[in-house]
Design a protein around this ligand. Structure first.
Ligand SMILES: Cc1ncc(COP(=O)(O)O)c(C=O)c1O
Length: 458
């Protein structure tokens, strides 16, 4: 592709016209689908295309509109969103209150000057200190989950003067070079080694954590932080065993390490508490937030810390900065999200809806053991475990053909996750349960040889 500014000028104009249209005609629809697939292939990543629902199903699904727990493809086909953008849509797609806050802020100021005091950042930081457990107090706002983890790592290094981290097998903390160290899969890490100094222990294995900390202390390779998701998301919806987080807190205190909870996926009300660690009554030194924090409207994350973690950073606030992190639009979205979660009782709703769903999912597992093994989770963070990856994938595909969006955990469909918007209605949950049973029955027919299993991709 050679530089062609005249072409760029025309294309940008055409796309802006499309954005401005509330309704498009058939020819435009066709053009958008063809352009999207072509440009994705030519300018984004051909390799990724086959994993997208856009082409891994019998037709090309290009997303176009969304609201509540529903999104529509460009042809107007409606889907119930059981995936919830991997935890982004806590307050639903385009919650009116979040949209209103962002629009009203947009009419005043979008990005801050970088020099004056921006008020929304300070109000949001205050709010975060009010909704997080214990004495978590300071916030550094970011643009993504991985940046939130990066900030936690740096704060832990500053607070301890150490640079050795412990993560867990099955853990996922992002893919930038610091957080990638904690993400546990070799396939993601190996091409980029050496990373920061990380060791990994089996998730939930307290003895392993204790032994590793003891050995590191003995050898002088001391630990800056233990970084853990209280419920592993990408690892397959694995819940920390009872007492694990509390014991981890005690070990960190004993060995002078920071305890970092990555609540990027399980936080912001999803599990029926504002933050999952509240179930165990454990307060971390640092907490990473992202995904649902911006209400599914703006990208924003946070590194939240206790007093002691911030001291060196206060001495020199230039040790960690970002241009766009904490911008007024993103802060407006996060403030509105917190308001919606509290005013609409969505945290409690997540708990109740999870209690409704989980036993019904386990009933299906008992009924169809050749297909589904079990379901586990808390609130609306649930994993359904299937017999193997191929079977899980086949169920996801069947669900998609019944207008339900669901997906596996990272590059594996053995565990499909149920992380819908917390605003999902009981009627929509029932539709999902019905479609799930139909899908499982269809896959069971395939297993019995009555129909061929579709190839595994996602
Ligand atoms: C627990 C957890 N931490 C960190 C991340 C990384 O967030 P992001 O993709 O916004 O960088 C994710 C994303 O899936 C996550 O689930």
């Amino acid at each position: 592709m050679t530089q062609d500014l005249a072409n760029a000028k025309q294309l940008a104009k055409n796309v802006l016209d499309l954005i401005g249209k509330q309704n498009i005609d058939d020819a435009e629809r066709k053009m958008i689908v063809e352009d999207s697939v072509r440009y994705w292939r030519e300018h984004v990543n051909e390799g990724f295309l086959q994993y997208r629902k856009s082409v891994s199903t019998d037709y090309t699904a290009v997303e176009w509109q969304d609201e509540g727990a529903i999104f529509k493809d460009i042809n107007g086909k409606e889907f119930i969103d059981i995936l919830g953008g991997f935890g982004i849509y806590s307050v639903g797609h385009r919650h009116p209150k979040v949209l209103k806050a962002v629009r009203e802020q947009l009419d005043k100021q979008s990005i801050h000057s970088q020099e004056l005091i921006d008020p929304l950042r300070t109000y949001l930081a205050r709010l975060v200190s009010l909704i997080t457990p214990g004495d978590l107090k300071y916030s550094f706002f970011t643009n993504s989950g991985t940046e939130s983890v990066e900030a936690c790592l740096k704060m832990a290094m500053l607070a301890t003067g150490r640079h050795h981290f412990i993560g867990t097998t099955g853990g996922f903390h992002g893919k930038s070079l610091g957080s990638l160290g904690g993400t546990s899969k070799a396939v993601f890490r190996e091409p980029f080694l050496p990373l920061l100094h990380w060791s990994h222990v089996p998730f939930g294995d307290l003895q392993a954590l204790k032994t590793t900390m003891e050995c590191c202390d003995f050898s002088g390779d001391r630990i800056a932080a233990f970084v853990v998701e209280p419920i592993q998301g990408e690892g397959g919806i694995n819940i920390a065993p009872p007492g694990y987080l509390k014991a981890a807190r005690e070990l960190c205190d004993k060995y002078g390490a920071m305890l970092v909870f990555d609540e990027i996926q399980c936080g912001m009300g999803r599990t029926g508490k504002m933050f999952y660690c509240e179930y165990d009554g454990v307060v971390p030194d640092l907490m990473a937030l992202g995904k649902g924090f911006g209400g599914g409207v703006m990208p924003i994350g946070a590194c939240v810390g206790r007093e002691a973690t911030w001291q060196k950073y206060i001495e020199n606030p230039f040790l960690h900065t970002t241009t766009f992190g904490g911008n007024p639009l993103a802060c407006a979205a996060a403030i509105a999200t917190i308001s919606v979660l509290l005013e609409e009782g969505l945290v409690e709703q997540a708990r109740q809806k999870g209690e409704y769903l989980l036993p019904r999912l386990n009933d299906l597992a008992h009924k169809y053991p050749e297909v589904m093994l079990s379901a586990r989770g808390v609130g609306l963070m649930i994993g359904m475990e299937f017999v193997d990856h191929e079977i899980g994938y086949a169920v996801a595909k069947e669900l998609f053909s019944r207008h339900i969006l669901i997906s596996g955990t990272y590059i594996n469909a053995r565990v499909l996750r149920v992380e819908p918007p917390l605003v999902i209605t009981h009627e929509q949950l029932d539709k999902f349960l019905q479609a799930l049973e139909e899908s499982i029955k269809q896959v069971r027919r395939e297993i019995k040889g009555e129909a061929p299993l579709k190839s595994a991709k996602n």
